[in-house]
Write a protein that binds this ligand. Structure first.
Ligand SMILES: [Ca+2]
Ligand SMILES: [Ca+2]
Length: 207
């Protein structure tokens, strides 16, 4: 039979082992958690990377549906029917006031903003064309649409800002064209008209 002090010492050893294992377990979980946090931050950075931001906006609460159509140097199109080309991405098809009301926790929240944003994720040398399409018109008078093009790297640089009038259903206008040269500089910003809808038409209409 062991002496009372020795028994106590054994119990303490078991306890110390348990405590040590528990601490080791916690340390391990912390390490895993940190690795997960860091990796998700990293992938987030990659996801958020953009070279050019193209914003198309029209007055808040206006019921008209305007569509941004952007063509890249390879002839790839991004628009409401094809929101992602791999190199370009359209955030959403803003349809005026349609689908601008959301139900959050039983309350109806409305988003007055009318805006479509296209991000160019990787610059290709050649010409980009930004067109506007008046997909749905509710009034006789022309609709003013603002177009902004920004180059984001190495610092934010405004390439173009202008207002364009859309004059009814089916009206398609070239808002701006610009060329990316071999040094990734923007040149030849102009408004020469180019129809992109002829390429896009027949592929789809909205439901
Ligand atoms: Ca739209
Ligand atoms: Ca809207």
């Amino acid at each position: 039979m062991k002496h009372k002090v020795l028994i106590k010492s054994d119990e303490q050893d078991v306890f110390t082992d348990l405590l040590f294992n528990a601490l080791l377990g916690f340390a391990f979980m912390f390490a895993i958690a940190f690795m997960l946090i860091n990796s998700s931050e990293d992938s987030g950075k990659i996801e958020a990377k953009a070279e050019i931001l193209i914003s198309v906006s029209w007055p808040d609460n206006h019921p008209d549906d305007v569509d941004a159509i952007v063509e890249d140097p390879q002839g790839g199109l991004v628009w409401y029917h094809n929101r992602d080309s791999g190199l370009m991405h359209l955030d959403r098809d803003d349809r005026g006031v349609f689908a601008d009301k959301m139900n959050i926790n039983g309350k109806t929240i409305s988003n007055p903003i009318n805006q479509e944003t296209v991000t160019v994720r990787k610059l290709q040398a050649g010409e980009y064309v930004v067109n506007l399409l008046h997909y749905k018109a509710n009034y006789e008078e022309a609709l003013n649409v603002d177009v902004k093009v920004e180059k984001l790297n190495p610092q934010v640089e405004l390439i173009y800002y202008g207002t364009h009038e859309l004059e009814g259903v089916g009206d398609e206008k070239t808002a701006v064209r610009f060329t990316v040269d071999s040094k990734k500089e923007i040149t030849n910003v102009n408004q020469l008209s180019k129809r992109l809808l002829t390429k896009a038409v027949g592929r789809d209409t909205k439901g």
